[in-house]
Design a protein around this ligand. Structure first.
Ligand code: PLP
Length: 406
């Protein structure tokens, strides 16, 4: 194990020192949104105090400082996932990124009779956009099945990867099960069959080193707020040939070269796909977030989170009446569970009274809930700033709730 002082790292997050209902906060909802270190909060504060201006529009000093900061964040983010900054379009998050692929790439290309494969474990953000465009162009959506442990059924998927399938929507890491999917292997198979791959990296980029080119996908989307950055930030990477062949999706300022009543010509990617004023301060914060994470090292973060996952899995499995949903061999630190005799919402509410924040509900994954035959689960999700003591607090908290519910 690396010699990182994880308690000192935890102290970088001001919010983790607060109390909730008179108890120390135990934040186990990092898959929902990650907490922000002081450097991120300071970067946003500094931008508004000292550099605030719009990007790319002003020749004045503040305008060039803001543009430099925004483009600097793009460069930092691109380096973080090992891609060229010009191939990285900045978006408001994964949701906008996947809608951009659906409307600007897929809709103009798909034809009636084509099929889009979507796995059973997708977040609605990598599901509903496909349904919306499928209705418009007469395309069928077909599910990629999973095993009871929550892994992609690879033999079944291999058999599906052929005409008339045109596109595969696949999450890198499941937000409910924690499953880490073999994305490179699946993308290689899809590529051979001429199928476009759209990878949702929302739950992967915050938890492991990501080298997008080595995955061999066509599109890779991720969101900034799960990466210790501000909300309303995210990115979409695509192969350059796709950016060059895609028409713009949103029209407006910044994405044009020349506008005439007869015809408008467009800016080069990535700006062609970034109409209007972006979340400049948010991206400045996200740039600071990835520098912070790089400073710790994503390999060390992954190792620490695996250690916490092993500890939490073992402790949760010893809780009487607990059913763990998602037992894949290769997992991120996400633990979804049900407790016999306790509704997930009641459990989460009673845990909150003890200062313990877990998420309960369908986690934007209705088709996955249907697969397991449950309406909701409780989900504890850990980050590198989580501690074994917080896992212990969860276990004690569950025991307390069980006593209360008799
Ligand atoms: N995909 C996954 C796997 C997620 O967990 C989430 C957020 O919970 C999203 C997509 C949507 O991200 P955003 O709301 O930031 O667009």
């Amino acid at each position: 194990m690396s010699a990182i002082d994880w308690q000192a790292v935890r102290a970088d997050f001001p919010i983790l020192g607060r109390e909730v209902h008179g108890k120390p906060l135990v934040y186990l909802d990092s898959a929902n949104t990650a907490q922000k270190p002081k450097v991120v909060i300071d970067a946003v504060d500094d931008f508004y105090r000292n550099h605030n201006a719009n990007v790319s529009r002003a020749v004045h000093q503040l305008g060039s400082e803001a543009t430099e900061a925004y483009e600097g964040a793009r460069k930092a983010l691109a380096a973080f996932v090992n891609v060229h900054p010009n191939d990285l379009v900045l978006t408001s998050g994964t949701t906008q990124a996947i809608n951009l692929v659906a409307y600007a790439f897929a809709l103009p290309r798909l034809q009636a009779g084509d099929v889009i494969l979507v796995t059973r474990m997708e977040h609605h953000a990598n599901f509903v956009p496909w349904q919306l465009i499928a209705e418009r162009c007469g395309v069928r959506i077909a599910p990629v099945e999973i095993t009871p442990a929550g892994e992609i059924d690879l033999p079944a998927l291999k058999a599906q990867l052929k005409a008339p399938v045109k596109l595969l929507a696949l999450t890198h890491v499941s937000n409910v099960l924690g499953t880490v999917n073999p994305v490179a292997e699946i993308c290689a198979l899809a590529r051979k069959a001429g199928i476009t791959t759209v990878i949702d990296g929302s739950q992967a980029v915050p938890h492991m080193p990501i080298d997008i080119p080595s995955l061999g996908c066509d599109f890779y989307a991720f969101t900034g707020h799960k990466l210790c950055g501000p909300t309303g930030t995210g990115a979409l990477w695509a192969k350059r040939e796709h950016w060059q062949s895609m028409p713009p999706f949103f029209g407006g300022g910044e994405m044009i070269r020349e506008v005439r009543f007869e015809k408008t010509t467009f800016n080069d990617p990535p700006h062609k796909f970034e109409a209007g004023t972006p979340n400049i301060a948010g991206f400045v914060g996200l740039g600071a977030a990835v520098s912070y994470l790089d400073g710790i090292g994503m390999a060390a973060i992954a190792e620490r989170e695996q250690q916490l996952l092993a500890y939490a899995s073992e402790r949760l499995q010893s809780v009487p009446g607990l059913r763990l949903i998602g037992t894949a061999a290769h997992k991120a630190a996400v633990l979804s569970f049900l407790i016999e005799g306790a509704h997930s919402h009641d459990l989460a509410t009673l845990l909150d009274l003890q200062g313990i924040a877990v998420r309960s509900g369908h986690h934007c994954a209705h088709p996955l809930m249907a697969f397991y035959g449950v309406p909701a689960t409780c989900r504890a999700s850990l980050a590198f700033y989580s501690t074994e003591a917080e896992v212990d607090a969860l276990i004690d908290g569950i025991a307390h709730v069980r006593r209360m519910l008799g």
